[in-house]
Design a binder for this molecule. Structure first.
Ligand code: K7E
Ligand code: CUA
Length: 633
């Protein structure tokens, strides 16, 4: 991205911004306001032809998708379909993606996680969860496509605290927001919630080469409703931390009944010890998964009291501090990892819950920082500062991590150094690289829950909004605001030059046995009542462009886009058949259907590809079942 000359300030001043501020340069105050606006405009301006510095991958909530925006422009640049069909890229229509989606047509994506090596982004994959159907998915950053959906994960309901990757992407941690009787399918009286229901933490194992995910093992948890998680690094290496919001174990009117206790219990899991316990044969099988019971396998789970109904739990870049957001208490709880590990080692406990030790709160909590109302999530800039989203205050608080001076310790409000208002009711926030050991630290994106009229009106469903904040200076600076697709939760930011997405699938890498590379090789073949067509797509024709079948035939189409030119995409849509596949250069996609009704059904290219794009078409001919036909080409 290149910076534009400072004269834009003058432009902005004379234009819309000038009007909004009531004129230009007449009074010093106005002048200053205009300068601020001009600076902000310049900071996020990416001129036509220029490109952004960072990718913002944000979760699309119950749209089931992941969206990509550029930073600093905040322009939406791509949609990565994950848990829901997306006709734009043909996702959910071809056989491969249909098989990945299974019977589901939606998911609820909350937390994307970039793969890491040595606690740094390695630019390989993006993992996301589906809170609704207990699944996780892997997106390949080579081509920004979903390559695997794992799940529904057995013995789990509501994979909310997910996906969180360990330091070298050994595992993704996935935990349940909801508790149910287990194994699933068993029905128990809701009144017996506390005794009969359980939550589950799942360790999803990731193959270091292929990224292939599989359920590794599980840990049976009390029915506390585990909400969010964060994995350790440095001194907290090998641990993963969870919050829970229902230590009360309420099963109805949670709004009131799960908000009684002043402290809820978070969980600290020693995943390396857990993995070892599984190898040592200490797990019991449930639905084919090795499940550890922490009451019977000491040392793998510890509990800790944290501020009322906490939400986020975030490990800082050094791995020395873990911060939980109080949600219903205006403080963040700062856990000192060194003291925590000491307390675990020395069995400094204040009790236990059904055999799971509760670590002494006062021995390990460094302090509770009064950040403001409704603290949810915390992010870090790698310079010793933490940024906490304040849902109720509609603000972001910037505060200093320990070590604190004695004066600060005596009055922790002194460590809160800045606050900025956001619009409105912020949920997550993301600082570039916060969950690595070396954050980029320049930008913060506030993902607001309620936009309350921040955009021009489009009816009762008001467009969502996110805001870009510059955190490079002492004071946070609001720079830009943008529409975000519903319903944003968390996001990850990756520097553009840390990946190099491919533009054309090299022909040599296409191992699809049904690929055809020459128009002369395109053909339609019949074997019994199975018709197979291998079709070449190239500017600006399909070869062959006629497919003949009879009612009752199974028809399989394999379409290969033989272009080796970037951005030369061809689509393949058939009239009246709900068939829409999109094939990238060098790619082969397949679709199968049963011919149902006689007729002539035109098919055509759906992606504009040349001046003769409109001519890129053909016919599917379906004859009556018994009708003889000319042998197909
Ligand atoms: Cu806070 Cu599902 Cu991460 Cu949304 S959760 S805010
Ligand atoms: Cu190919 Cu349009």
């Amino acid at each position: 991205m290149k910076h534009i000359p400072r004269t834009l300030g003058g432009l902005a001043c004379a234009g819309a911004l000038g009007l909004a501020l009531g004129g230009c340069g007449k009074q010093a105050g106005e002048q200053a306001g205009n300068e601020v606006a001009a600076d902000a405009a310049q900071a996020s301006y990416v001129a036509p032809g220029e490109k952004d510095d960072y990718y913002l991958f944000y979760s699309g909530g119950h749209s089931g998708q992941v969206y990509v925006a550029g930073i600093p422009s905040m322009r939406h640049i791509s949609t990565i379909p994950v848990f829901a069909p997306y006709p734009g890229t043909g996702y959910g229509f071809d056989e491969e993606s249909k098989a990945m989606l299974g019977d589901f047509t939606w998911g609820d994506v909350h937390h994307p996680a970039l793969s890491q090596t040595g606690s740094k982004y390695d630019g390989r994959w993006l993992f996301v969860n589906d809170n609704a159907n207990n699944r996780v998915a892997r997106v390949d950053l080579r081509d920004f496509k979903t390559k695997q959906i794992l799940g529904p994960i057995p013995n789990a309901s509501g994979s909310h605290a997910s996906s969180f990757v360990t330091e070298n992407t050994e595992y993704l941690f996935v935990s349940t927001r909801f508790s149910t009787p287990l194994p699933k399918g068993r029905v128990a009286d809701l009144e017996k919630y506390a005794d009969e229901f359980n939550g589950m933490v799942t360790a999803v194992e990731v193959d270091p080469e292929s990224g292939e995910m599989k359920v590794g093992f599980q840990i049976l948890m009390p029915p506390f409703d585990f909400d969010l998680a964060s994995t350790g690094k440095g001194p907290s290496s090998g641990y993963v931390f969870f919050t829970s919001y229902n230590t009360e174990m309420a099963h109805d009117t949670l709004e009131v009944n799960a908000s009684q206790a002043d402290r809820d219990l978070g969980a600290i899991i020693n995943w390396k010890a857990a993995a070892q316990a599984v190898r040592d044969g200490k797990a019991t099988e449930m639905e084919g998964v090795p499940v550890l019971d922490p009451a019977k396998v000491p040392g793998i789970v510890h509990l800790i009291g944290i501020a009322k109904s906490p939400h986020g739990m975030d490990v800082d870049p050094s791995g020395k501090w873990v911060v939980a957001g109080g949600k219903l208490q205006p403080t963040t709880t700062v856990i000192n990892v060194e003291k925590l590990l000491g307390a675990i080692e020395g069995e400094d406990y204040e009790g236990d819950f059904r055999g799971i030790p509760i670590v002494s709160h006062d021995s390990v909590v460094e302090g509770e920082v009064p950040v403001g109302l409704g603290p949810l999530h915390t992010q870090y800039d790698g310079r010793g500062n933490a940024y906490t989203s304040l849902f109720i205050d509609s603000a972001v608080a910037k505060w200093k991590l320990p070590p604190w001076t004695d004066e600060e310790k005596a009055d922790l409000s002194k460590v809160v150094v800045d606050k900025i208002t956001v619009h409105y009711s912020i949920g997550h926030l993301v600082v570039a690289g916060s969950d690595t050991n070396a954050p980029y630290g320049k930008w913060l994106v506030a993902m607001n829950k309620l936009s309350k009229g921040r955009h021009i009106s489009v009816g009762p469903s008001q467009p969502e909004s996110s805001q870009l904040i510059d955190i490079s200076g002492e004071k946070m600076k609001m720079v830009a605001e943008a529409y975000t697709e519903p319903e944003p939760h968390f996001a990850q930011i990756l520097k553009v030059d840390e990946i190099k997405p491919i533009e054309v699938y090299p022909k040599a890498e296409n191992t699809n046995p049904n690929a055809v590379w020459d128009l002369a090789d395109g053909k339609v073949e019949r074997e019994g009542n199975h018709v197979t067509a291998k079709i070449v797509a190239v500017r600006s024709r399909f070869g062959p462009d006629k497919v003949e079948a009879r009612v009752g035939d199974t028809v399989t189409l394999h379409v290969t886009n033989i272009e080796q030119t970037p951005d030369m995409i061809h689509g393949f849509g058939i009239n009246d058949h709900n068939i829409n596949i999109v094939v990238d250069p060098g790619e082969t996609k397949s679709v199968e259907f049963v011919a149902q009704k006689p007729g002539i059904y035109p098919f055509y290219c759906t992606n504009f590809c040349s001046a003769l794009h409109q001519e890129m078409q053909g016919y599917l001919v379906i004859r009556e079942a018994g009708e003889t036909q000319a042998p197909v080409q």
